[in-house]
Design a protein around this ligand. Structure first.
Ligand code: GDP
Length: 487
């Protein structure tokens, strides 16, 4: 997909609302010929419409088009529409834009699009409106990506995060870093120029102070990716454990009244039941490896090592469930040993059957000699925060466990923190951080300004690529391939 070149000068059109039948649909037209094209089917538009004003009237076949029912001298009505006009420079794309709100019938939309194309507009490529906004300087690349995140956000936290990025919070932070890098580079270049004359343009320690500031900012941003990604995409939680310990009962308790969306996906090698729920504005996707329940033979081999590894790799968190009434057996220890304690929560289920007592010691004892226990970094914290005595029959389980999870993984005191949530940003900023750290080492070693400049330029390139101040087809492809037509 390459938009660049003359195609950018075309006037483009697309349905920007979801496909199918609805109350209304919106068709967007953007480009230099927008008004002249649309006027031919919307005769009610004045010659000089006001920007951001809505006009109402009949949208008709264009006079020149040879369409059925278009009798001589008569322009048949396609639909009664509202037309919003945006002047060049004052629209989302930066170009002259018209949005036609018609009735939400796919047939009407297709007919209108057909007319627009016959009159000289081109069907827009995926993401082309946002791409044009970027090319016309209305948005930087980070903001363009946040348009997509906002559209796709499935939880309040994800939407908030995307909106903050769209408003430029992350871009602003990156521009601060860029300023500091440019300052150092300008001084380094001057030092190179004056080096033969023995003039010191800037002292090394002054450069180091700026480099430390850049390093700290980049480090901070890179570290937010874990939380940012979780807020954006939500948590994926896998329930694992032996049959009949209560995994599906717990799944239902976690999914609350959203039980209806629990779906079977047949045809996979293992049938997986999953469902989404939202808690404190964060999305949680629960996965229960329920298809395993019927496989009675060779249990440990089937459920254990291999499946646990798979489940673990695909998830952010694993809920290991066992039946507290029966206690934890050797097969279960074996499953646990294949899990990463960092990701694991232990749910001792059916607690109602043992009269509500909490025999934490028995769990500790069962685990003490296991490889799982050896891998736990802070056993005391693990046993107080990660082991829950629960009953799938008790609705409180949901908030108790999810509260702890959110507290531990996505501290929501991040309202005003600048977060990154996009893998492209994470990769670029990690690269920028590494180059910055190499620059620092070079200054420490007393290497010349040339070396510093070389490294730091690489850092700056990574920042520029993130913001889209520097781009190529590969970068554009990666960003805009995710979009759909009409965005
Ligand atoms: P799975 O095979 O691990 O998914 O287990 P199920 O959710 O199918 O539960 C197995 C049986 O245990 C069912 O009869 C459940 O009703 C019962 N059960 C599950 N959780 C609890 C619980 O917390 N307390 C009690 N008393 N019964 C439970």
């Amino acid at each position: 997909m390459t938009f660049r070149g003359d195609r950018d000068k075309d006037t483009v059109c697309a349905v920007s609302t979801p496909h199918g039948v609805g109350g209304i649909s919106v068709i967007r037209v953007s480009g230099p010929l927008t008004l002249s094209i649309v006027s031919k089917i919307c005769a009610f538009l004045p010659a000089h419409p006001e920007s951001h004003r809505v006009y109402f009237g009949n949208l008709t076949y264009a006079q020149s088009t040879n369409t059925p029912g278009n009798l001589e001298g008569r322009q048949d009505v396609i639909d009664e529409v509202l037309v919003t006009y945006f002047k060049q420079g004052k629209s989302f794309t930066g170009e002259e834009v018209i949005e036609i709100s018609c009735h939400g019938s796919p047939l009407i939309c297709q007919t209108i699009l057909g007319q627009l194309v016959q009159l000289g507009a081109r069907p827009a490529d995926r993401g082309e409106f946002t791409y044009r906004a970027f090319m016309n300087g209305k948005l930087d690349l980070v903001q363009a990506e946040s348009v997509l995140s906002l559209i796709e956000s499935q939880s309040q936290q994800a939407a908030k995060l995307a909106l903050r990025q769209l408003k430029g919070q992350l871009s602003h932070k990156l521009e601060e870093i860029e300023d500091d890098m440019t300052w150092i580079l300008a001084h380094a270049e001057a030092s190179i120029d004056f080096s033969t004359e023995g003039i010191t343009v800037v002292e090394d320690d002054v450069v180091q102070v700026r480099l430390r500031k850049i390093e700290a900012s980049l480090k901070e941003l890179v570290a937010t990716f874990k939380v940012g990604r979780l807020l954006k995409d939500g948590f994926r939680i896998v329930l694992t454990g032996l049959p009949n310990v209560g995994k599906s009962s717990l799944l239902n308790t976690f999914l609350e009244d959203e039980r209806a969306i629990v779906t079977d996906i047949p045809g996979t090698t293992r049938d997986v039941i999953h469902g989404d729920t939202s808690f404190q504005g964060v999305k949680f996707t629960f996965v229960d490896t329920a298809g395993l329940r019927d496989e009675a033979t060779d249990l440990v081999e089937r459920i254990g090592i291999q499946k646990s590894y798979e489940a673990q790799n695909e998830s952010d968190v694993v809920f290991f469930v066992f039946d507290i009434e029966k206690g934890m057996g050797p097969e279960e220890i074996q499953i646990l040993e294949s899990l990463d304690p960092q990701k694991t929560f232990i749910l001792a289920n059916k607690n109602d059957r043992i009269g509500g007592s909490k025999p934490l010691e028995t769990v500790e004892k069962a685990l003490k000699n296991s490889k799982f226990f050896q891998k736990i970094q802070d056993p005391q914290a693990f046993f107080t925060r990660r082991v829950f005595f629960v009953s799938a029959l008790d609705k409180k389980v949901r908030s108790d466990v999810l509260n702890e999870l959110v507290k531990e993984f996505a501290d929501l005191q991040v309202e005003n923190t600048v977060l990154i949530s996009n893998a492209r940003h994470y990769e670029n900023l990690t690269r920028a951080l590494e180059n910055t750290q190499r620059s620092q080492a070079l200054v420490d070693q007393g290497m010349g300004a040339e070396f510093l400049a070389l490294e730091l330029k690489e850092s700056l390139i990574a920042i520029h690529e993130t913001l889209g101040k520097r781009f190529d087809d590969q970068i554009m492809d990666r960003v805009f391939k995710e979009f759909c037509i009409g965005k």
